[in-house]
Design a protein around this ligand. Structure first.
Ligand code: NAD
Length: 511
């Protein structure tokens, strides 16, 4: 029985034989242990993927180094053409890849398909960008001189990604890196290795048809590769998406060798519910924000900062909305909340609730594991709402699960201070119809986050904007706007077309 078409999806994606996984895109480079990928949806062992050994890693890097020498010479619009073809392949495989994302990671099918749509969108964006990698020209202070800057490819980009966006985060980085003339080595989360193998399979045909050298798009798998990448001087840029704890280590290690990083780390996102908010809009934004992807988005709404006059009403509507949530198989579109990624995540959820209670918090809805028919994987939990204080240790941390903390405020200034009063700085939002509050929230004395929204929730983002956050979220920016610059090196050029050699700042050096 293949109720949700998973076996068919796996076969379309070239992941057929259990116990016979692939890695690196070239099977000869995968000789390590087998990584088992279990679905949090039903606990099934989906397939095993052969991890890369340190020797495999070195072989991949040697190929990548060679490939970069060729790829950087391909004109940027031609590189864009390759990315355009990749976008078309993703269109063809949207359905099965979305299904696999849902089944291996546990997010709803709609969100799985949405993730693939994001990949398609970033391909389109990158194609346009391939003709717009602009540098400035500037006026030289010296006569008969011309000055400008240009952007060159950087080299091999290391992409280390988290389990919760197992395909989109790769594409944000990969597609920009490719048009910028970089090659990449991707090390996905070992919790979602099949999604990575599927992506590699999808783009393989494009690479082969266009005779792109092996090593432009590489995949390595397994935890042994992490430190190899962090310490590898041949990798000038690492784009790391994951927890603040691991990101801090990556950041230090890479900085030690003067490598660059794009860090996309944890969030602790809040919605301010003003006395001037439209509560029906808050409801959709807050509930989807808090329980969508079972609270496993970096932009998940973790705190609701509610005006005291709105508090009781908000609590009442939230409770009744939570009571209607259907928890279950995310491939079934009737369900709102799928599983957490694994039992360790379930344990963190339970521990956080206990810690909140110990600090004085009151659970006003949910909590606990969901058990019984359909929940055999042991990864389903009951989304939880807790009345809390912003300063609680547990509220200051990101627990990657559906826990929503409610906090009361009386003035807008206090609300903004609470919103900013956490170590993370990813996404933030205010629901208000007051122009004054809205503008204050968006002003330099407002939200300190990389993303600040008005009358939409904290979660979800469009690829056109630069995505990322401040403080312990790491400061990186990916995706739209001018995020591409992080993938290139800037060079300032001055050309003297005169017959004298005047020095800058009028310095004289007579010989
Ligand atoms: P994680 O930190 O456990 O793992 C992330 C990646 O780092 C994985 O590929 C893992 O194998 C790898 N890794 C582990 N040890 C490493 C080391 N020593 N050196 C280098 N890499 C190492 O995170 P996770 O549980 O997979 O993902 C959830 C976290 O990611 C949350 O904190 C979430 O907020 C964050 N996240 C952030 C964004 C963002 O854009 N800001 C997006 C998605 C997820």
């Amino acid at each position: 029985t293949d109720t949700f078409g998973i076996q068919q999806a796996l076969s379309k994606l070239g992941i057929q034989d259990i116990n016979n996984g692939t890695s690196t895109g070239t099977a000869s480079f995968a000789n390590g242990e087998l990584i088992e990928s279990y679905s949090p949806v039903d606990g099934t062992l989906i397939a095993k993927v052969t991890a890369s050994t340190p020797d495999d890693y070195q072989a991949v890097m040697a190929k990548a180094e060679e490939a970069f020498k060729a790829w950087r010479l391909v004109p940027a619009p031609k590189r864009g053409e390759i990315v355009r073809q990749m976008g078309n392949e993703l269109r063809k495989f949207k359905e099965p890849l979305g299904q696999l994302v849902s089944y291996e990671m546990g997010k709803s099918l709609q969100e799985g398909l949405g993730e693939v749509q994001e990949m398609i969108d970033i391909c389109d964006f990158a194609v346009g960008l391939s003709r717009q990698l602009y540098g400035l020209t500037m006026h030289s202070e010296r006569p008969l001189h011309r000055m400008y800057e240009q952007w060159h490819p950087m080299g091999i980009v290391g992409i280390i990604s988290a389990f919760n966006f197992p395909v989109a985060v790769w594409s944000w980085n990969a597609m920009l890196a490719l048009v910028c003339g970089d090659v990449f080595v991707w090390k996905p989360s070992s919790k979602t290795p099949l999604c990575a193998v599927a992506c590699q399979n999808i783009i393989k045909g494009v690479l082969e048809r266009n005779e792109i050298p092996e090593g432009v798009c590489s995949l390595v798998t397994g935890e042994a590769c992490n430190e190899l990448i962090n310490n590898d001087k041949r990798i000038p840029l690492i784009s790391f998406t994951g927890s603040t704890r691991v990101g801090r280590h990556v950041s230090k290690t890479v900085a030690e060798r003067f490598g660059k990083t794009i860090l996309e780390l944890g969030g602790n996102n809040a919605i301010i519910v003003s006395e001037h908010a439209d509560l029906s809009m808050v409801l959709v934004g807050a509930v989807f924000g808090a329980v969508g992807t079972a609270g496993q988005r970096c932009t998940t709404t973790r705190r609701l900062i509610i005006h005291e006059s709105m508090y009781d009403k908000t609590v009442a509507v939230l409770k009744s909305a939570y009571a209607q949530l259907k928890i279950g198989n995310p491939l079934d579109s009737n369900n709102h909340v799928g599983p957490l990624i694994d039992k360790t995540a379930v344990q963190s959820f339970l521990t956080a609730i206990e810690n909140a209670k110990a600090e004085g918090g009151t659970v006003i809805y949910g909590g606990g594991i969901t058990e019984g028919d359909g929940y055999e994987s042991g990864c389903y939990v009951n989304p939880c709402i807790i009345e809390a204080k912003n300063e609680y240790k547990v509220v200051q941390e990101e627990t990657f699960a559906p826990i929503l903390y409610l906090i009361k405020y009386s003035t807008i200034e206090e609300a903004i201070e609470l919103q900013n009063g956490v170590p993370q700085g990813l996404s933030s939002s205010i629901f208000t119809n007051s122009m004054r509050e809205m503008e204050l929230f968006l002003s330099q004395s407002g939200s300190d986050c990389g993303i600040a929204n008005v009358n939409i929730g904290t979660s979800g983002a469009e690829i056109g904007g630069a995505f990322g956050g401040e403080k312990e979220t790491g400061g990186g920016r990916e995706s739209g706007s001018d995020a591409w610059r992080a993938y290139m090196r800037r060079q300032t050029n001055t050309i003297n077309y005169g017959s004298q050699l005047p020095l800058a700042q009028g310095i004289r050096f007579d010989l």
